[in-house]
Design a protein around this ligand. Structure first.
Ligand SMILES: Nc1nc2c(ncn2[C@@H]2O[C@H](COP(=O)(O)OP(=O)(O)OP(=O)(O)O)[C@@H](O)[C@H]2O)c(=O)[nH]1
Ligand SMILES: [Mg+2]
Length: 394
């Protein structure tokens, strides 16, 4: 079972039987009944998790970025996916057409981000919003918290109700953005007010069943990465499996906390079930930056050949509070970052052995998916949505 990630295995007569075994194995890790079927991957790109539906013409689910002008949509996209520094976003021009971007070639997660111009009237009859919403996995509505948000709330309501009519499976995510300019009390008050008003508007329209998730975000700290992580996690059908694997791994290794990171975007795609605190997450992001930066500067060949992140990538940082940060490569896009107490880190051999098993299990999750796709046995089930995300699990 330690084949290379994502490589299809040669077919043989026992294929069917093997596949059954694999699926049982997957279920044992705690995945839901439909999830393995809900995310077939036709692309087979090595190490890329795709949650698309092969029966749909849409290849990748979309994450839409909507909101009023200057609310910060393009800045969010540039900072999270292009490593733009927050200060540079001051010079971004207003978006004047829909910008589609595939996030798949350099990253574990596979989707499209559509950045909308704020001023666009997307309910213009010439504008095919039905087509847009049909293949959408998540709609992120960005509200500028430093501005008067009444107009934004009206727009949010209109957007959500229209989108819901077309596709009831969209996850609605509201980013209460630019909170770097607010005091802590003001942040809480703003969130409470926006939450209340948005839900009241939905209740007045008899649509209280629509669920909105709220996040306080800013590009000037890690909150935007954390919020994006949560949005993306909801679109990953394998999430329960990954979480279970992490739980098993940390409990058997004396590890305090572990995150599975998409190295390029610094989105964490899963963590164990202990609560996440912002500082821990920030430290992990900083560690990834350090590893990749050092590797880019000193690790590549003279002519720039090589990759800054590969199978050998690993790092240990001892903090002054008796905690050790431990980073290891899992797949070509993923890294595991763990928090370990110094005394537990003395049993590094055990941690490394358990990590080896964990890594193998993650690779098997990919292989199962590949086999399911290859055997062509995938059937669309009630539990999966039109964009391929499981209805029940998330
Ligand atoms: N203080 C603060 N400013 C931000 C933040 N995010 C974005 N901005 C600023 O907000 C301004 C508008 O950002 P854009 O990303 O262009 O906004 P947009 O929503 O894409 O605007 P349109 O394309 O016109 O719809 C820029 O000057 C950004 O620097 C944030 O988290 N905090
Ligand atoms: Mg823009």
């Amino acid at each position: 079972m330690s084949q290379v990630l994502g490589k299809p295995q040669p077919e043989d007569e026992d294929d069917d039987e093997e596949e059954e075994d694999e699926l049982v194995g997957l279920a044992n890790y705690g995945d839901g009944p439909d999830s393995s079927d809900a995310d077939p991957d036709s692309g087979a790109e090595e190490g890329v998790l795709d949650f698309s539906d092969p029966f749909s013409t849409e290849v990748k689910p979309r994450i839409l970025l909507m909101g009023l002008r200057r609310s910060g949509k393009s800045s969010i996209q540039k900072v999270v996916f292009h490593k733009m520094s927050p200060n540079e976003t001051l010079f971004l021009e207003s978006t004047n057409k829909i910008c589609r971007e595939d996030v798949s070639n350099s990253s574990f997660v596979n989707f499209q981000i559509w950045d909308f111009p704020g001023q666009i009237d997307f309910f213009d009859p010439t504008f095919d919003y039905e087509m847009i919403f049909r293949g959408t996995g998540a709609l992120i509505f960005v509200i500028d918290s430093q501005d008067d948000y009444m107009e934004a709330l009206a727009r949010l309501h209109l957007t959500v109700t229209r989108a819901h009519k077309v596709n009831t499976d969209i996850n609605f995510e509201v980013f209460i953005h630019k909170v770097d300019g607010l005091s802590d009390d003001h942040k809480i008050e703003t969130q409470r007010d926006i939450h209340q008003r948005a839900n009241d508007d939905l209740a007045d329209a008899g649509l209280e069943k629509i669920h909105l998730s709220f996040y306080l975000t800013s590009i000037y700290d890690h909150s935007i990465f954390e919020a994006f992580s949560k949005v993306v996690q909801k679109l990953i059908p394998q999430l329960p499996t990954l979480e279970n694997l992490l739980n098993i791994f940390i409990s058997n290794s004396g590890i305090e906390k572990a995150f599975l990171f998409d190295v390029v975007s610094k989105i964490y795609i899963a963590t164990d079930s202990t609560p996440v605190d912002m500082q821990t997450y920030e430290l992990c992001c900083d560690m990834i930056d350090v590893v990749i930066d050092i590797s880019c500067i000193y690790g590549l060949k003279e002519d720039g050949a090589g990759t800054p992140y590969d199978k050998e990538s690993t790092a240990i940082i001892k903090l002054n509070n008796t905690t050790v940060l431990y980073l290891k490569e899992v797949t070509k896009f993923l890294a595991l970052v763990c928090f370990v107490r110094e005394e537990s880190f003395e049993r590094k051999g055990l941690i490394d052995y358990n990590f080896h098993c964990f890594r193998k299990a993650i690779h098997e999750v990919f292989e199962v998916r590949m086999k399911v796709v290859k055997s062509g046995k995938v059937r669309k089930k009630k539990g999966s949505t039109p964009n391929g995300t499981p209805r029940v699990l998330l």
